[in-house]
Design a protein around this ligand. Structure first.
Ligand SMILES: N[C@@H](CCC(=O)N[C@@H](CS)C(=O)NCC(=O)O)C(=O)O
Length: 341
């Protein structure tokens, strides 16, 4: 009698789920996008500049810092990532703004601008002639570009670029923070990523972190190997930065605060959030002093502190607590520097 009812109910539920999934999948159009402005697209907007961003996202921080440094007012659209709540980036509404499903996205007069390094270049150019945050001297411009690129995140799979870009290393170095932050996230939220995320590896990783947490993460050889590679190259990038800052300052190209400094501020903030500050600043006094100077900018207050989200502090707290209570985990994450990989 019961099975007479259960089987058809199960069948109908599965059918309903399947129809819903097919319908949603068809309407959540997602694909990679090119960096820079796309004038072929016009989006509804109320203000000249509108920024779609997230409190935790490193690339969003860069865009916010840049706009604040330039004094460009913008309409803020906070979009959740799974790290701060749920996959709002996979919603039909947001995929209409950025079909790549990633943050940040700037909308200028209705046209979207993608990729944070392109967004900051674009915003600076809007600030007039000569552009604020960009030096006029060609040699200084090249130096600014070099250091901006170094702190940028290139490619959807960030691992291949780690030797060249500190920004790509930071994505991997954030994994322990992500694993800690997933503790409080309901599993069904992670499931949405498995169903709809274009970059399946990202969704799989967050679902896995939800199940195994930080303690499980440190037991996965593949992840620990990537972490070792990221640490290795980050040391090399920071050695170069330390050496550079020993002979220049207060900012990366000298007296002028530029897009290079805009790009490095969120990197240091990520070191703080993911509990790498002590590890990476130890024995690097020029970097430590530079970080203090970055923190004293008004934009650090307005674009980072004032835009915080409780989930970030909670994830950082969990990570620190775990390391404190489990020295083995701390030792695995913070292995001393090795010369070779
Ligand atoms: N290269 C891009 C990276 C964009 C990116 O991956 N953003 C992350 C946050 S920092 C994101 O939106 N991730 C969402 C996801 O993968 O689900 C940029 O510089 O803007």
């Amino acid at each position: 009698m019961l099975s007479n009812f259960v089987m058809p109910a199960l069948f109908l539920s599965l059918l309903a789920f399947f129809i819903w999934y097919i319908w949603e999948k068809k309407h959540r159009v997602s694909h990679p996008v090119k960096g820079g402005i796309d004038t072929s697209v016009t989006l509804p907007h109320k203000q000249e500049f509108e920024l779609y961003h997230n409190a935790l996202s490193l690339c969003s921080k860069k865009a916010r810092i840049c706009l604040d440094e330039l004094g460009i007012p913008y309409k803020s659209h906070h979009i959740h990532l799974i790290e701060t709540g749920y996959y709002q980036t996979l919603s039909r509404h947001f995929l209409n703004i950025n079909p790549a499903g990633v943050l940040p996205a700037l909308v200028h007069k209705g046209h979207p601008v993608y990729e944070s390094h392109d967004i900051i270049d674009y915003a600076a150019k809007q600030s007039g002639q000569p552009a604020l945050l960009v030096p006029e001297d060609q040699e200084q411009l090249a130096l600014m570009q070099y250091w901006s690129d170094k702190a940028s995140v290139f490619g959807e799979d960030t691992r291949p670029g780690m030797a060249q870009y500190a920004g790509n290393c930071i994505s991997v170095l954030t994994l322990p923070l992500f694993a800690s932050g997933m503790t409080a996230t309901p599993f069904r939220y992670a499931l949405m990523g498995l169903l709809f995320h274009r970059l399946k590896i990202r969704a799989v990783m967050f679902s896995l972190f939800k199940i195994i947490g930080l303690s499980g993460m440190v037991k996965i050889p593949l992840i620990m190997k990537e972490l070792k590679t990221a640490r290795h190259y980050m040391h090399i990038h920071l050695d170069e930065l330390e050496k550079h800052l020993e002979s220049t300052g207060p900012w990366l190209i000298g007296e002028q605060f530029t897009l290079a400094d805009v790009s490095w501020m969120p990197m240091f903030e990520r070191f703080r959030e993911a509990d790498w500050l002590e590890y990476f600043l130890k024995g690097r006094p020029a970097l430590a002093a530079y970080w203090q100077r970055l923190k004293s900018r008004d934009s650090y207050q307005s674009a980072i502190i004032d835009c915080g989200h409780p989930t970030i502090d909670i994830a950082t707290g969990w990570l620190k607590l775990k390391k404190l209570n489990h020295p083995k985990i701390k030792a695995l994450l913070e292995e001393p520097r090795s010369v070779a990989l």
